[in-house]
Write a protein that binds this ligand. Structure first.
Ligand SMILES: Cc1ncc(COP(=O)(O)O)c(C=O)c1O
Length: 402
């Protein structure tokens, strides 16, 4: 079957027809759309996913980096099954929330934690906390970094933003010290926070430079502004988060993905005096709700997932990433990243590339993202490398024919 015919099967499948009748483009998440229609997952086991046509792929997407142990990890399922017997959500807190916060505090040394249902909410709320704490308005963030879909972090001028909603947001090229210095001079004493991702996926997953990170840390401290490090993706890279590799301590971090053990999650963590803005006992607290925030299913799954992802597991998985990156680089594939996260940077059609790898039995992110899981073995890495290398060759050949 040709690559075109392979794709077509999904476009003409009854799921695609039914889905498009009730959902624009046939699903709910812009990020998972592939043309003519995405495959629909039916079964996830370990590092493999089977779709509605029975096609099996090694999952290197892992729900956009969140499934650190792949699918249906027994320890997580057992713990969640027990929670299901005793109630899944309450109008009062549960001990499971304390346990996850304790574990995260012990690992990262960030003093206080608050949970939400997504990284988007976490980023939105961290920015609000920074503004409330400093009494200032301006946020600096960096070009190309993805921080979810709140109004202040989507690209300026994006459709649906009201005029002026981002007037207090400056977007600068990451790593450009001169631009940063000019911006803080211009903003003066009105800088509330700098939001930075040290391994920005959508901007190409090139690790931030130490000098620049130190410079931002020093400038924010000097100006009495906050440094918010977005660790939603990168927390998986080190027990204390990716910032620990830079020996830098944020005032606030945002987290998500792996800390929910496969269930919806987000978190803001950081300095006790900053998180005090949420204290309902103060006169004008920042409001933080979320009907399902910190529900016991997510909190329990997250705790178990992290217990199963200790220092040894983290360095083994990062090591797997280094091995895979090396295999790809030595075959001439352009790839960036760090540890268990990487991004293929081929200047080829991402949709075509996604389908080529999927057909060869490897599922990536639609932007060429790979996130490894502890469910993978060395033999899986071999298969992944082979599929990616052959797909790059196929897409390059197709490009040169056109
Ligand atoms: C760095 C970063 N921040 C924030 C988010 C938003 O998280 P969520 O998709 O859980 O809303 C993402 C999502 O991919 C992310 O990669």
């Amino acid at each position: 079957m040709s690559a075109t015919e392979f794709r077509k099967q999904y476009g003409s499948h009854p799921f695609a027809t039914r889905a498009k009748a009730v959902m624009t483009s046939g699903n709910t998440r812009s990020t998972v759309f592939v043309d003519p229609a995405p495959p629909y997952a039916e079964l996830g086991q370990g590092c493999r996913v089977t779709d509605q046509l029975g096609h099996v792929s090694i999952d290197c997407n892992n729900n956009y980096t969140s499934l650190i142990h792949g699918h249906a990890r027994r320890q997580i399922n057992d713990a969640v099954t027990r929670v299901l017997q005793t109630g899944t959500a309450f109008g009062i807190p549960t001990e499971s929330e304390i346990a996850l916060a304790e574990l995260l505090k012990e690992r990262t040394s960030y003093q206080q934690w608050r949970f939400s249902n997504s990284g988007t909410e976490a980023v939105m709320t961290a920015i609000r906390a920074a503004r409330a704490y400093t009494g200032r308005d301006v946020l600096i963030r960096f070009e190309g970094s993805y921080h979810g879909t709140a109004d202040v972090v989507v690209p300026k001028g994006a459709p649906g933003l009201s005029a002026g909603v981002d007037k207090d947001v400056l977007v600068l090229p990451q790593g450009d010290r001169d631009a940063f210095d000019r911006a803080i001079e211009y903003v003066g004493g009105n800088l509330a926070a700098v939001l930075i991702d040290l391994l920005p996926n959508r901007a190409g997953m090139k690790p931030a430079e130490q000098d620049f990170v130190d410079h931002v840390r020093a400038a924010t401290t000097r100006l009495g502004a906050l440094m918010i490090i977005d660790e939603v993706i990168t927390l998986r890279l080190a027990e204390a988060g990716f910032a620990s590799k830079y020996n830098v301590q944020a005032d606030l971090i945002t987290a998500g993905k792996i800390i929910g053990g496969g269930f919806p999650v987000g978190a803001v963590a950081g300095r006790q005096d900053v998180l005090a803005v949420f204290d309902p006992r103060i006169t004008t607290p920042v409001s933080w709700g979320g009907t399902f925030s910190a529900n016991p299913v997510t909190m329990t799954a997250g705790r178990v997932a992290l217990e199963e992802y200790d220092n040894t597991a983290i360095s083994d998985l990062n090591n797997f990433g280094d091995i895979l990156r090396e295999k790809l680089l030595s075959a001439g594939v352009l790839v960036n990243g760090y540890g268990s996260l990487m991004r293929i940077l081929e200047p080829v059609s991402q949709q075509n590339f996604w389908w080529e790898t999927y057909e060869r039995g490897v599922m990536l992110g639609t932007n060429g993202l790979l996130a490894l899981s502890t469910a993978m073995k060395m033999s899986d890495l071999e298969e992944i490398a082979k599929a990616v290398i052959n797909s790059v060759a196929a897409v390059r050949e197709r490009c040169s024919d056109e």
